[in-house]
Structure formats: C-alpha cells, structure tokens
Ligand binder design. Structure first.
Ligand SMILES: Cc1ncc(COP(=O)(O)O)c(C=O)c1O
Length: 357
C-alpha cells in the first residue's frame, strides 16, 4: 500500500522524521537536572507516546484531559494531567486510573482540591497534586507567592491527595519568533515559578516537581535552575507555527489531499479543507511544490496558487503542512504511518470526546 491507495483527506506521519524528533528532544534531557514529560495532547496517540517513553529522559507523560490519560494508561507511565479536573465523574475516572499507576493533577482552587481528594478517598487511592500557577499566560492558575502557598498547605493536609509540587505553563511565550525575547519572557515566568517552589520548601512542604515548558521553551526553561521537567508536545510532529520560531525539529506529519480540480494554469484545488486541518494559526503551507501557496481553506477545499509550469494534474496527491498540530490531529481517526511513499502502519488517534460514545 502506498499513499496513493489511502482515502483523502488523511493524516500521514513520516515515522523516520518522528523518531528523529523524539530522539533529538530526549537527547537534550539526558543529564539528570531536568526531565522531559512529553505532552500527549499534541497527538493523542498511544504508539507515539510509547516511542517518546522508549527514547528515555522522561519523568512520565503529560495529558490535558482525563480521556488522554485513559488513552495512554496501558503504557503504565507516571501521568500528569496538567489541567484542573472538576466534576464528580471526571474525578472518579482519575481515581480509577490511580489504582494502577501514579496520577497527578493540577489544582488552583479549594473546590478542585476537595473534589479530587473526595474521589481518591472513595476509591481508596492517593492522587498527586501540583499547585497550578499563572506565570503570565492568564489562563488557569493561582498567582505565584502567598495564594499558592496557602493552597499548598491545604493540599498537604488533605486526605486522598499527595502534594508533589508546582506547575506553571508559560504558554504566552512559546510562539514568540525572536529568540532573545522568548528567552527573556520565559525567564521572567520561570523565576516566578521557582520562587514559589522555594516558598513551599521553606515552609517544609513537599515540592519534588516543578513542571513547565513547551516546544518553544524546552531549551530555555529546561536549563533554568529549579525546573525539574518540561511538558513539550508539538516537537514530535511539528507545524508551521513552531517552524517559524526556529526550533530544531523537522516536519513529521502532513494532511494528504487529492487534486480534484485544475481550473486554470495557476490554480488547483484539493479535497482537504479546514474540516481536515485547523487554520487557527494561519493557512497551511504546501509541501514539495516550490512557490505554491494556499490562498483559501474552505470546509472541504484547499485552493492552491501554483507557480508557472507546475506539473500538477487532477488526481495527484499533495501534502499540506498544518499550522497547528494539536487540533489538526484531533480531527482524524488515524495516522497513516509512512516510510517514503509506503504506508507501513496505521495508528489510532484518541480524538474528540470518547465519553460521548
Ligand atoms: C499545560 C501545557 N503544557 C505544555 C504545553 C506545551 O505544548 P507544546 O509543546 O505543544 O507547545 C501545552 C500546550 O498547549 C500546555 O497547555
């Protein structure tokens, strides 16, 4: 089977490029000061997570949702759900996972702490917690300092949970194009996180984990004293947004489409619109046709401006490079795994909201 045999639109992943990205990132964290905790949200694929763990340097895996944690539970890794888990059913699912493996969640409220503690007590297990800090992204998280310390004291006293440390995701700096500015802004964020970790330690509280980072800051935050692990995800597959930051990873996945129309010499249309890839970080790039650009991405159509003399015919396969990995992977049921043009495997993606099925 080759890529001309699979139905389009489809996600194709080049396993060689994927493994090189995974090895490169694992290789950065081989000394023991900071570990890697690859983020599953980027791909939602157990086989990719397995390869990330097998490459070494990992403290475990990061997930954004309970469903992602369930999808990779079979790997038996130390799981961090780097997100607030609210609601009895969700907390009970976390507690169920904690019967078989270490599971830690982020908390930024007394309500969140009570909910996960109660679920853990009902199941007779212990769930780890990290105090989630807002280090500048202004999403979830408590302000660094006293607020965080107060919740940490409560976590240390609470039944059913074990305080493991703090986390603070510097999401607001990941895609800053200028390396110097990215370093400066990540540095500011990480100093807040490390200062709060030190507050916990001075108060006699446990703080073994200080978790942060992403693909744009792995070699900045990952080299700051006091940071113990980096939660990067997109590096494995990559997208145009991260390409433009200059991070040292190669494109490893594409949306494959079929040319369905060739209305003029300078235009072709493929069957892969934004139902097959998101455009929240801009239109995709065209792979392998110098000078070609995507001018519009409609529901089911990619409109592509071609350079003079481009030998593109109706029925040809083309590859587009998505601008944002995570939500694009979430639109597909499987990755077709390729070596050159050969399809060598198919990996299921734990996409969407499995609890609805
Ligand atoms: C909490 C958290 N940690 C880490 C990441 C890093 O992911 P990436 O490497 O894809 O930027 C994200 C991405 O959104 C995140 O939400």
């Amino acid at each position: 089977v080759t890529i001309t045999d699979i139905p389009t639109p489809a996600l194709v992943v080049d396993v060689g490029a994927l493994d090189r990205n995974i090895r490169r990132m694992a290789g950065f964290f081989t000394d023991d000061t900071c570990r890697l905790r690859p983020h599953v949200k980027a791909h939602k694929t157990a086989e990719i997570a397995r390869r990330q763990l097998a490459a070494g340097s990992c403290s475990g895996l990061t997930c954004a949702t309970v469903s992602e944690a369930e999808a990779v539970a079979e790997l038996g890794a130390d799981l961090l759900i780097a997100n607030e888990i609210i609601g009895r059913q969700r907390c009970d699912r976390v507690a169920r996972l904690a019967r078989a493996q270490a599971v830690t969640v982020a908390v930024d409220s007394a309500e969140g702490l009570d909910a996960i503690g109660a679920a853990a007590a009902r199941a007779g297990v212990t769930v780890g917690v990290l105090i989630d800090l807002d280090v500048g992204q202004h999403r979830c998280g408590l302000r660094p300092g006293q607020e965080a310390l107060t919740l940490a004291h409560a976590a240390a006293r609470a039944a059913g949970v074990a305080l493991r440390g703090v986390m603070g995701y510097e999401g607001h700096v990941q895609a800053i194009r200028d390396r110097g500015e990215r370093e400066a802004r990540a540095g500011e964020a990480m100093r807040m996180l490390v200062a709060t970790a030190e507050l916990l330690l001075r108060a006699g509280l446990p703080c073994d984990i200080v978790s942060a980072g992403g693909t744009g800051t792995f070699d900045i935050s990952g080299r700051m004293a006091g940071i113990t692990e980096i939660q990067a995800g997109s590096y494995a597959l990559m997208d145009t947004d991260y390409r433009d930051t200059g991070v040292p990873f190669e494109q490893a996945f594409w949306v494959l489409g079929t040319v369905i129309s060739r209305p003029s010499a300078e235009r072709c249309v493929a069957d892969c619109g934004h139902k097959s890839m998101t455009k929240d970080h801009g239109n995709p790039s065209v792979h392998g046709i110098a000078g070609a650009t995507v001018t519009a991405l409609n529901d089911e159509h990619a409109v592509i401006a071609l350079p003079p003399g481009a030998g593109i015919a109706i029925g040809d396969r083309i590859r587009l490079v998505p601008s944002h990995t995570d939500p694009t992977a979430n639109l597909h049921d499987v990755f077709y795994v390729i070596e050159g043009d050969r399809v060598v495997d198919v990996w299921p993606i734990a996409r969407g909201y499995p609890e609805q099925r």
